[in-house]
Design a protein around this ligand. Structure first.
Ligand code: 13P
Length: 254
């Protein structure tokens, strides 16, 4: 049985002090615990330390995730963050391959694959994103496109514990647009992702890997996605920026 996961991607929102306040608010909202749901908060890099301190001081029931990483150990890579820097600060998850990074920063599947390997070598769980554009969807090629991303992004990964690798399917046309995929749309692609994982890693591992939906997920629609057999939770953008709405999504998943 896979544990559900609700992860918040703050993207480039919240200054350090605003991030601390948001994390404190979330700690308060979730003070009664999160049941069987794994909750992850992914603030901007400069907010990580502040949120880590809130988690520690408030004994908050959520884990810390970064939004990006570089695969080298250390050295002359101005502006980048090494995996070891993330573990040292208390991050246990890291988003990779988000469509905004693929689009604006030209990240390739090969780079995403290197990031996954570097994170896993340091015990950080990747939340690896995939998803098609509106153009690909309208051409009816979305399943094929996403399956190809999955094959490239997971190439050569050794996954023995399925809890240590998470996938988020985020159709680009549904991100920040208010236009959600239907639960059936999500299941169609996520089901195909799981079938691909079975081919690559075998049934046991593939059945244990969490696959999240992302794209205008909110308190009002989360329950619908969770009725689908292969959907294990959500990667939430906008609705993770308000403690009450993010907590409501966690509670709806319990
Ligand atoms: P929204 O929930 O704002 O659509 O963002 C989704 C997303 O990109 C999460 O990574």
């Amino acid at each position: 049985m896979r544990k559900r996961m609700i992860a918040g991607n703050w993207k480039m929102n919240e200054t350090y002090s605003e991030g601390v306040v948001l994390a404190q608010g979330l700690a308060k909202e979730l003070a009664d615990g999160t049941g069987d749901v794994d909750v992850v908060v992914c603030p901007p890099a400069v907010d990580l330390k502040g949120v880590a301190e809130v988690i520690e001081h408030e004994d908050a029931p959520f884990a810390l995730g970064a939004q990006n990483v570089y695969w080298e150990e250390k050295g002359a890579y101005t502006g980048e963050t090494a995996p070891d820097m993330l573990t040292n600060i208390g991050a246990t998850y890291c988003i990779i391959g988000h469509s905004e990074r693929r689009g604006y920063f030209h990240e390739t599947d090969e780079e995403i694959n290197k990031k996954a390997k570097a994170l896993m070598a340091h015990g950080i769980v990747p939340i690896s994103c995939c998803g098609e554009s509106l153009e690909v969807r309208e051409a009816g090629k979305h399943v094929e496109f996403v399956v190809d991303q999955i094959k490239k992004d997971t190439e050569g990964l050794e996954i023995t514990d399925p809890a240590k690798y998470v996938i988020a399917y985020e159709p680009i046309w549904a991100i920040g647009t208010g236009k959600t995929a239907t639960a059936d749309d999500a299941q169609e692609v996520i089901g195909a992702i799981r079938a691909t994982l079975k081919e690559i890693f075998g049934d046991e591992v593939a059945d244990g890997i969490r696959i999240l939906y992302g794209g205008s997920a909110k308190p009002e629609n989360i329950a619908g996605f969770l009725t689908k057999e292969d959907v294990d939770g959500a990667l939430v953008g906008g609705a993770s920026l308000k403690a009450e709405s993010f907590a409501a999504m966690v509670k709806a998943s319990m």
